[in-house]
Design a protein around this ligand. Structure first.
Ligand code: DX5
Ligand code: ZN
Length: 232
């Protein structure tokens, strides 16, 4: 079976007890902790900054002590200063929207220079063209299956076609470079559509409301893995 990662988005967690929520969702089987940063400028919503990332970082561990990567999704403009602050706060992966950076290649380098893996995020209407030029610096491609800014929106089915296009490109890239780039999908992922996203080619799945909206996080994550196990 292929390897898949489930990345619960803490956007839908109880912010009054965030450390405990992170611990519980890791116990429930989370592979990444997805951390949505919104600035009320690039997107019309405001969430959390580097101080909160730093506060939850110690909780990003399994009971056996192994680390769970902190997957920071920046919906901010401009990007560079905040990317550096999140690197300092303990981010393992930092993704940004290319439209929000004046110099995408430079921002990717800057994230790598801080010792983090770098990701590019594509909105539903964004073209993938920038990937033609910077793939060597990209560790993760994140396809938005909703418009960024809010949790709890419905999955936009057209995202599947885009995921399939990126899958082809990443497979071709792996064949000649030997390098594996993650393909993450974010927005409206539920137990009933995760298999379709995986069949299209995604390997990493963000889910906010689907997990934190239910009392039993482990049951949702197990149901998602059962769906993924059926994908050929
Ligand atoms: C949206 C965020 C998502 C969001 C996903 O801008 O990037 O990560 O929290 O939430 P759900 O799974 O509820 O669509
Ligand atoms: Zn996100």
């Amino acid at each position: 079976m292929k390897s898949y990662r489930i990345a619960p988005s803490i956007l839908s967690a109880d912010f009054a007890r965030l450390g405990d929520e992170v611990r519980r969702v890791i116990e429930a089987g989370a592979d990444f902790i997805h951390f949505d940063v919104m600035d009320n400028h690039y997107v019309p919503n405001l969430t959390v900054g580097p101080l909160v990332a730093q506060a939850i970082k110690p909780w990003c561990r399994r009971a056996d002590g192994s680390a769970v990567p902190l997957d920071v999704h920046l919906m901010v403009e401009p990007v560079d200063a905040l990317a550096q602050m999140f690197a300092g706060a303990g981010a393992d992966l930092i993704s940004f929207h290319p439209e929000a950076s004046r110099h995408v290649d430079r921002t990717l380098q800057l994230i790598a220079d801080q010792g983090c893996r770098a990701g590019l995020v594509f909105n539903p209407a964004s073209s993938l063209e920038v990937l033609d030029y910077v793939l060597d610096r990209v560790d993760l491609v994140l396809i938005m299956s909703v418009n960024p800014g809010f949790g709890g929106q419905s999955f936009i089915p057209e995202a599947l076609r885009k995921i399939a296009l990126v899958r082809q490109r990443l497979d071709a890239y792996r064949r000649h470079s030997g390098r594996e780039v993650l393909l993450e999908v974010d927005g409206g992922i539920k137990v009933d559509n995760i298999a379709a996203a995986a069949a299209a080619g995604a390997d990493t799945f963000v889910a906010g409301s689907a997990i934190f909206g239910q009392p039993d996080y482990a049951a949702v994550i197990a149901a998602m893995r059962a769906e993924l196990a059926r994908v050929v």
